[in-house]
Design a protein around this ligand. Structure first.
Ligand code: B16
Ligand code: MG
Length: 214
């Protein structure tokens, strides 16, 4: 019996990937190379530090650890400037409605995100109150596909992993949910999220009835 839903943030609740992309592109350009939207796909669900490593590899640039930290911080300053201007109309279609439906039905809700900026984003779009637990990049040490973020979410909600459904848009995130022993609803394309139990184009296609079929 499903008792809880755990949601990824970027790509499921909001589309912050566009802001990550703009900030990373600005950094890449400053370092003397370009960074395309296609390259950006590789960064979805990936931590900030790992994202930078991927970008430097794309540009064929090597930087010492201390400078990498400075560059990641610089990117984050630009990113935070952008998400600071986010508004409630940036919530993806159906996300808020499904969160409310879950809670009305007595299901617990948690956030399971790699982002260290998740609190600010939830606050700006005005949905912090719709989560019973928030587990993000500040609370976990192992990145997806490690299930840590979702296992912690289940623990904070006081439910078993097998009683949880995870909503994820990234391949590594879907794997993290499956590695944690949870049901996974992929948000995106079935050809990409092959390990998900079902794949939908967005939370606007999700219903409480579908939960029971997983
Ligand atoms: P930050 P998610 C992830 O969010 C993003 O998909 C990924 O692109 C980003 O690098 C990561 O958060 C870390 O974000 O720099 O804000 O700590 O999909 O796990 O909600
Ligand atoms: Mg995501």
């Amino acid at each position: 019996k499903i008792k809880a839903c755990i949601f990824d943030l970027d790509g499921v609740i909001v589309d912050t990937a566009v802001y990550h992309y703009q900030a990373w592109k600005r950094l890449a350009n400053q370092l003397g190379f370009d960074f395309t939207e296609h390259d950006n796909e590789q960064l979805k669900g990936v931590s900030r530090v790992r994202s930078l490593e991927i970008i430097l590899a794309i540009g064929g640039v090597t930087k010492a650890e201390a400078e990498r930290e400075e560059l990641a911080t610089l990117k984050n300053t630009w990113y935070v400037d952008m998400i600071g201007k986010m508004t409630p109309d940036e919530i993806l279609p159906g996300a808020k409605e499904f969160l409310i439906a879950c809670r009305d039905a007595g299901l617990k809700t948690a956030l399971g995100s790699a982002s260290k900026n998740s609190m600010m984003i939830l606050d700006k779009v005005g949905i912090t109150d719709l989560f019973d637990a928030i587990v993000d990049g500040n609370k976990v040490s192992a990145a997806k596909p490690d299930p840590e973020v979702f296992i912690k979410g289940a623990a904070e909600l006081g439910v078993e992993p097998s009683e949880c459904v995870v909503f994820e848009d990234a391949i590594a995130g879907v794997e993290a949910g499956k590695n944690g022993g949870m049901k996974v609803v992929g948000i995106g394309q079935p050809e990409v999220l092959t390990k998900a139990d079902i794949v939908l184009t967005g939370l606007d296609k999700m219903t409480l009835d579908l939960l029971d079929t997983l």
